[in-house]
Design a binder for this molecule. Structure first.
Ligand code: MD3
Ligand code: FE
Length: 220
């Protein structure tokens, strides 16, 4: 009896782990990362100690409200010359930090759960949202192979995610993404428009006044 009680010492772990289908080949895995948070947060800290979060410039000359960094062989960058993947961090001119095993293993497990066994991410983009930060509707088109899924992990403050169609003007579904939720998008849903509404002010027990989203991709 004592043992089962200890399993629920952290109230967030009481969230049932369940899969919600949001598209023909897209799934929200509620609470999927919760059993691994204690390994994930130190790994995240060690990555951003080497490759600090920064507000990159869009090709149009605006600073992103989201602060970004990356780990893995390739990192997503933007500047006045455009959006692309780079093997080096433009701040340091050094390779991005290695992808922590805890990250890769979690992303692979989530992909497998959603029907994409054999997913090998070579890039993890780290997005940090302070309250008010948002991401406008866009498609992810900078990767070489659209057959691979994209896997995301949400940490900290919750977000309202917009999941649209194949034209910017298509109606979007709104999906709340909470600490520990993972999402897998693949196949026919890979090129759907998506975005994030401005993050509401708040304080998360572990992460404070911020939301992190980690996006795992096969980019190269
Ligand atoms: C849906 N990030 O970094 S999760 C991005 O929460 C991005 O930070 C959001 O969109 C965030 O590009 C959303 C990731 C996501 C990534 C790719 C997708 C959702 C997707 C591709 C197709 C459909
Ligand atoms: Fe995106």
């Amino acid at each position: 009896m004592q043992i089962t009680f200890d399993l629920f010492a952290d109230s967030e772990s009481e969230q049932p782990r369940r899969a919600e289908q949001i598209g023909d080949q897209s799934w929200v895995l509620r609470g999927f990362a919760l059993p691994h948070i204690e390994r994930l947060l130190p790994a995240l800290e060690s990555v951003i100690a080497i490759a600090p979060l920064r507000h990159m410039m869009t090709p149009g000359g605006f600073s992103m409200s989201v602060a970004t960094s990356s780990c893995g062989e390739l990192g997503w960058i933007t500047d006045r010359s455009g959006y692309r993947y780079s093997a080096v961090d433009p701040l340091s001119n050094q390779p991005w930090p290695a992808m922590p095993d805890a990250f890769r293993e979690l992303a692979q497990a989530a992909a497998t759960q959603a029907g994409f066994a054999g997913f090998i991410p070579d890039s993890c983009l780290i997005n940090r949202y302070a309250p008010g930060a948002k991401m406008s509707l866009h498609q992810d088109k900078d990767e070489s192979d659209y057959a691979a899924p994209i896997v995301s992990l949400s940490l900290g403050l919750s977000a309202m995610f917009l999941f649209g169609g194949f034209a910017r003007s298509d109606k979007s579904q709104r999906i709340a993404l909470l600490h520990g939720d993972m999402v897998v998008w693949g196949g026919v849903d890979r090129l759907r428009y998506h975005g994030v509404l401005p993050i509401k002010p708040g304080r998360h027990r572990l992460l404070g006044e911020q939301r992190f989203n980690l996006t795992f991709r096969t980019a190269g």
